[in-house]
Design a protein around this ligand. Structure first.
Ligand SMILES: Cc1ncc(COP(=O)(O)O)c(C=O)c1O
Length: 370
């Protein structure tokens, strides 16, 4: 079976470096809020081109704490509306509702699957205070258009960059467009730790200071608490793992792009809708980092079954849209036509730097043999 993702194989490539980094931490006797975290924060901020990176426990906390920090600053208050794509992963929405803000779901753009700029502008009301675009599957949302809307309507922008480490548009990376961005380093992400981890990037000095306090019991200074904070910290072991993985991220992105090109150039089957290639995208100069390679098919379940029988493992990102989740029964009567349509059709092919040329070819051949 060609695995959808082979984390064991990916991390085995760096085994010696990872073991050396873990050993360094074990031998240091310092496991939380130490040099590895500071060094990783600096290195990841440099990579994204931002002034700050604040490590936290996971990607959901990165988003939740940023919105919370804006509440502490008085820039958001309970009930304010936050525009978010209807077809996102649930975490983007949980971060909003956890803060007692109101998510306003907006349909995606049909070609990129990312938040539609026109739909965003149409959804703005006097209560709208922020936009939370998600760089879904590894491609930046239309940030020039969204930032222009945000500026004209004086809205905050929080990028959900959990799937887009290193993606860029006009040479500007994910994490360096909005007022702040949340990253996940969940093991399966393009930059994955060996456990849960996350971070916020921002160019806002005050926001970075508040975020550091919020993730550390609300404390700026030991035993002094300015906020009712939480414990959400990146730990030294995961930071050390991430420093190793960050050094290889560009090579892994290049490998992912090769896999995507092999699929795009090789798959030729009218029953399958392929992602729009960045070159064909209306956005210029985009660097897609292919966290996921999504195809669409009307007979999705039959296709998945066939691929599995032929030895190709696939996954569905995501089978149930947020507005149809039990967690949000209040949205059950709502209908988001495009979002529902995509959720019924999407299928994720194997994607990652672990796929060798034989495996790529096999995926293409099986897709063409339908
Ligand atoms: C788009 C998106 N946002 C947020 C998250 C949450 O990240 P984490 O799993 O690290 O909490 C994820 C990943 O799971 C994601 O894919």
């Amino acid at each position: 079976m060609i695995p959808f993702l082979d984390l064991k194989a990916i991390n085995a490539e760096y085994r010696n470096e990872l073991v050396a980094a873990a050993t360094r931490v074990i031998d240091s006797g310092w496991y939380v809020q130490g040099q590895e975290v500071s060094a990783f924060e600096q290195e990841f901020a440099d990579y994204c081109g931002t002034q700050h990176c604040v490590g936290v426990a996971n990607g959901l906390d990165a988003l939740t704490l940023t919105l919370r920090a804006w509440k502490e600053q008085g820039r958001l208050k309970e009930g304010d509306e936050v525009i978010v794509p209807a077809n996102t992963y649930i975490a983007s929405i949980l971060a909003i509702t956890e803060n007692r803000l109101t998510p306003i779901l907006v349909e995606p753009d049909e070609s990129s699957y990312n938040l539609c700029a026109r739909g965003t502008e149409a959804a703005i009301t006097p209560r709208t205070r922020a936009i939370l675009p998600v760089h879904l599957y590894g491609q930046l949302a239309d940030m020039p258009a969204l930032m222009d809307i945000a500026q004209r309507h004086k809205l905050l922008v929080l990028e959900d960059a959990a799937q887009a480490h290193g993606a860029s548009l006009d040479g500007r990376k994910a994490g360096n467009w909005g007022n702040a961005a949340g990253f996940s380093f969940y093991p399966g992400k393009n930059l994955g730790a060996l456990g849960d981890a996350g971070a916020i990037t921002t160019n806002d000095d005050e926001l970075a200071t508040i975020l550091r306090a919020l993730g550390n019991y609300g404390s700026h200074k030991k035993y002094e608490n300015r906020y009712q904070g939480v414990n959400s910290r990146l730990d030294e072991i995961q930071a050390a793992m991430l420093r190793v993985k960050l050094r290889h991220l560009e090579n892994e992105i290049a490998a992912r792009r090769e896999v995507a090109h092999a699929y795009i150039n090789g798959i030729d089957n009218d029953a399958l809708i392929l992602p729009l290639t960045p070159g064909a995208s209306p956005l210029t100069n985009t660097r897609h980092v292919w966290h996921l390679f999504i195809i669409r098919c009307q007979q999705r379940e039959a296709l998945q079954q066939y691929l599995s029988e032929q030895g190709v493992q696939t996954l569905i990102h995501y089978p149930i849209p947020p507005h149809q989740q039990q967690a949000y029964t209040q949205w059950a009567p709502k209908s988001f036509r495009l979002t529902e349509h995509f959720h019924n059709q999407v299928l994720s092919l194997p994607m990652g730097p672990h796929l060798n040329s034989w495996q790529r070819k096999k995926v293409v051949d099986v897709c063409n043999s339908l």
